[in-house]
Design a protein around this ligand. Structure first.
Ligand SMILES: O=C(O)C(=O)Cc1ccccc1
Length: 281
């Protein structure tokens, strides 16, 4: 299979793909929308992109792109532990505490916010398309006093030196990556499997008071457990949102279709984004 991922090589997404799809062909793309479009345009079979981090929350571009732009299914979820390290070019090793700039993905910078505030106050932080893109940039600019934040494989791949390891602010740092496909098939991945899940996106009618309460009660009285609910702007005006809801079980014949029918009868719009297995690394 051909698999698109948020590259370049040695990003955290790449680490997840290497573990879950060891024998498959990996295709790095620069941005999350490019990964998603590669599936839509049949350039690849699957795309793997980050969805949510335990410290920093949702990756909004992934959720928004799936709602507004793409018609793809989530066919699996891979949860991976994340360890962030500070790395520099070996030419700068004497002066690593005096770097002028630190580069990384916005989520990685946020996961190390306390560390950066404490040890690198005033140093400019620059966002890159991924942690691996930051490491690659540092390796290509050996004369600049700059550092990157990323994983150990990136330091090896781009021949950088780790000067501080495990700089993420909280020990429990995990990221959920989703596997996207054009059709809602079941993907079997040779890593530890946990529970099944279903993800839906719900838009409420604008003029119905208590609509969200009624949506939640359609799940609640059926004893369907939810593990996440989050609102995102509909981008049609202030105060207009859609909701992304994670259900802690795979879709069945009766319960979840019953809840969805009840929610649709409230004039809500429901889109099932996927019903899939959850894997952990
Ligand atoms: O930037 C990366 O390496 C990614 O794959 C995205 C990301 C960033 C921070 C934590 C987890 C995933």
């Amino acid at each position: 299979m051909k698999i698109a991922y948020l590259g370049p090589e040695a990003s955290f997404t790449d680490l997840a793909v290497r573990s879950a799809f060891a024998g498959d062909e990996r295709y790095p793309y620069v941005t999350i929308p490019e990964c998603i479009e590669a599936v839509m345009e049949d350039k690849v079979d699957l795309a793997v992109v980050p969805l949510e981090n335990a410290l920093e929350g949702s990756v909004h571009i992934t959720i928004d792109y799936l709602f507004h732009e793409a018609d793809l299914s989530i066919v699996a979820e891979i949860t991976s532990p994340i360890q962030q390290h500070l790395m520099i070019h070996p030419n700068q090793q004497e002066k690593w505490q005096d770097v002028h700039k630190i580069l990384s993905h916005s989520h990685a910078l946020a996961q190390c916010h306390k560390y950066l505030h404490h040890y690198f106050r005033g140093v400019s932080l620059e966002q890159t398309t991924s942690t691996a893109a930051a490491a690659k940039y540092v390796s290509e600019n050996p004369e600049h006093p700059i550092a990157a934040i990323g994983n150990r494989l990136a330091s090896e791949k781009y021949q950088l030196m780790i000067v501080q390891d495990d700089i993420h602010d909280f020990h429990f740092n995990h990221t959920r990556f989703i596997v996207l496909s054009k059709d809602p098939r079941n993907i079997d991945v040779p890593i530890s499997k946990s529970n099944g899940k279903t993800t839906v996106m719900v838009t409420l009618p604008s003029d119905r008071s208590g609509a969200l309460h009624q949506v939640l009660s359609a799940f609640s009285w059926r004893n369907i457990n939810l593990s996440k609910i989050e609102s995102r702007p509909l981008k049609t005006g202030l105060g207009n949102y859609f909701f992304i809801i994670d259900i802690e079980q795979q879709i069945d014949e009766v319960l979840i279709p019953g809840a969805i029918a009840e929610i649709e009868a409230l004039d809500c719009n429901v889109k099932v984004l996927g019903s899939y297995q959850s894997y952990t690394l």
